[in-house]
Design a binder for this molecule. Structure first.
Ligand code: BT5
Length: 271
């Protein structure tokens, strides 16, 4: 599909020039992104990537848009996706792992983004379980993992990544941030996209040998462990100390009565 970028102008002048497929491919070192679809605007990069994966698009194919008209968060929430500034990207994965290990892919996405952003921008990004990229108490980005699976294996997964690079949407400014807000500098998106894709490639390769190294990196980047938290998962809510994650990436919480609870997904607040 042809790239359909338009020149993006805002009141202050031209901001981050849109990436080109050629520039991106030249910046990516690892195995992902051999096929890239770049769009000016799409409803949701995740929806498009899921459709393409259903039709057989390969592992590592990437859908990137300059803006989204219906960007999605989890559980039907919205992801605000203004143009000319931020990263909205979905990566098709065919990881050959069982559906019970899906949480590991969310952790893998957040670890890869946090490592790449720290390395390339110097911002102290941490991870709030399960999918939030944080700078201290403020949300910088998030991961939305969707998948199709059979009983014993994931057929494909789409890791959707939204990161506020140059613009914090005003509606979420009270609890969100951007790389620009943290550094006072504009950042080109191309090297950040390439850096994130390369980290994902490395982590996927390492995962073949077991989840231990990924979990250790997650623990080091986590802003959740050691905190008193409240987790809502479906109809259940429980509170306690976030002690650790298990080998499948589930959060282990020690409740006040001393019992241990695990959660593989849900919403977490620090109390
Ligand atoms: C997430 O959901 O954090 C996952 C976000 C994933 C977005 C990417 S963009 C590319 C791909 N295509 C898509 O359509 N989606 C993915 P969740 O944990 O449910 O957080 C959603 C909540 O974050 C919203 O209810 C708002 O409160 C807040 N929010 C919305 N837009 C935001 C933004 N740009 N920055 C920070 N917070 C935002």
């Amino acid at each position: 599909m042809a790239a359909m970028w338009k020149q993006i102008r805002v009141k202050k002048g031209v901001i981050d020039p849109p990436p080109s497929v050629e520039e991106l491919k030249a910046s990516i070192r690892g195995g992902l992104g051999k096929k890239i679809i770049l769009l000016d605007r799409v409803e949701s990069t995740n929806d498009l990537a899921m459709e393409l994966a259903e039709k057989g698009s390969p592992h590592g194919m990437v859908v990137i848009a300059d803006s989204q008209s219906s960007g999605k968060g989890r559980l039907g929430r919205k992801w605000l996706s203004p143009s000319g500034a931020n990263i909205y990207m979905s990566v098709i994965l065919r990881p050959g792992i069982p559906p019970g290990d899906a949480t590991l892919l969310t952790l893998l996405g957040s670890v890869s983004c946090a490592l790449a952003l720290k390395k390339l921008t110097g911002v102290d990004v941490s991870i709030k379980w399960p999918n939030d990229l944080m700078v201290y108490q403020k949300k910088l980005g998030g991961i939305l993992l969707e998948m199709r699976s059979e009983s014993d294996r994931i057929l494909f997964a789409v890791a959707g990544i939204g990161i506020n690079v140059n613009k914090t949407p005003s509606r979420v400014r009270s609890f969100a941030t951007s790389i620009f807000d943290e550094t006072g500098r504009w950042h080109k998106r191309t090297p950040l996209i390439a850096g994130i894709l390369d980290e994902i490639s490395e982590e996927l390769e390492a995962l073949k040998g077991g989840s231990g190294p990924l979990l250790d990196k997650w623990r080091r980047l986590s802003s959740t462990l050691g905190k008193n938290v409240r987790v809502t998962a479906g109809k259940e809510t429980f509170s306690g100390l976030a002690g650790d994650i298990d080998e499948k990436g589930r959060l282990i919480i020690k409740t006040r009565d001393g019992s241990l609870r695990t959660a593989s997904s849900g919403d977490l607040t620090t109390v």
